[in-house]
Design a protein around this ligand. Structure first.
Ligand code: ATP
Length: 267
């Protein structure tokens, strides 16, 4: 259990304020999972009980993982991040075991957010793998989600996928990933916020997040991050030459934005 803990537990030291844009998505998460967890009696009065999972979907690099981590941060919960591919990539029978242990770990650590990236791998792998192995892991996953053996109280389950249409329909039934939330590519306002976030803690000069937002149509949050990384490298190179701190300038950022390709255009 300790090994799994080390493998999958990630620090949840960020909050919604560290995730740019997504006002609607954050509100959805608040209503759908944070409030029910905090006020179970209130929700019960309306015949709603907490539980079930939320499936985040949308283009890569737009903050699904970041949002899941921030959700854990918002409620001071432990955060476990599981690349599903990683779990599936094991000997037959072992993946089921491992999945079970991961759920156990999260239940013990409750309140916890259990985040599964690449949920679509389940459906995809069913075609590749021997039928029995694929079915076994899917059934195990469904069983854990349903909490048939032990309760998932205090465990919030989030999933992410870039290809929701590949996810086995059985996962979308009530009590499972029954709520679908679209995490969109950032619009201009969101990009301005993301630029502001990426600029934190760096020496900056002539920094204009609005100007960056305007010039980065189609960029994901991860693309914007790449822009900041490139510009920071340029500043660092100069700083090393001079032997003194050189701030990251608006110009360096603009130049960098020309080098990075927008990745969300086709969405
Ligand atoms: P994938 O589908 O590839 O797993 P994802 O949607 O989970 O992508 P993240 O891994 O959350 O994307 O984002 C990658 C990185 O991009 C983050 O660590 C962060 O630095 C940056 N980023 C993405 N979206 C945002 C955002 N909305 N606000 C701030 N940073 C962001």
């Amino acid at each position: 259990a300790r090994e799994l803990d080390l493998e999958f537990r990630v620090r949840a030291d960020i909050k919604f304020g560290d995730v740019g844009g997504m006002e609607k998505v954050k509100e959805d998460i608040r209503m759908k999972i944070i409030h029910p967890l905090k006020n179970p009696e209130l929700f019960a009065a309306y015949g709603k009980k907490p539980g079930g999972g939320v499936l985040l979907y949308g283009p890569p690099g737009c903050g699904k993982t970041l949002l899941a981590r921030a959700t854990a941060g918002e409620i001071n919960a432990s955060f476990f991040s599981i690349g599903l591919h990683h779990v599936l990539d094991m000997y037959i029978g072992e993946s089921e075991q491992k999945l079970h242990k991961i759920f156990e770990l999260a239940r013990k650590a409750a309140p916890a957010v259990l985040f599964f990236d690449e949920i679509d791998a389940l459906a995809a792998d069913r075609r590749d793998m021997r039928q029995s192995a694929g079915r076994g892991i899917i059934n195990q996953f469904l069983e854990e989600l349903d909490g048939s053996r032990s309760s998932n109280d205090g465990v919030l389950i989030l999933g992410a996928t870039n290809a929701p249409w590949h996810v086995d329909g059985a996962f979308m039934r009530p009590g499972r990933f029954d709520r679908l939330v679209f995490v969109p590519p950032p619009d201009e306002v969101a990009r301005r916020e993301i630029a502001g976030i990426h600029g934190r803690g760096k020496p900056l000069v002539d920094f204009d997040p609005s100007a960056i937002a305007k010039k980065t149509e189609g960029f994901s949050g991860a693309d914007l991050r790449a822009v900041f990384d490139l510009a920071t490298e340029a500043a660092l190179t100069e700083a090393m030459r001079k032997g003194a701190v050189v701030p990251v300038s608006g110009k360096m950022l603009m130049n960098a934005s020309k080098e990075v390709k927008p990745s969300t255009r086709k969405w």
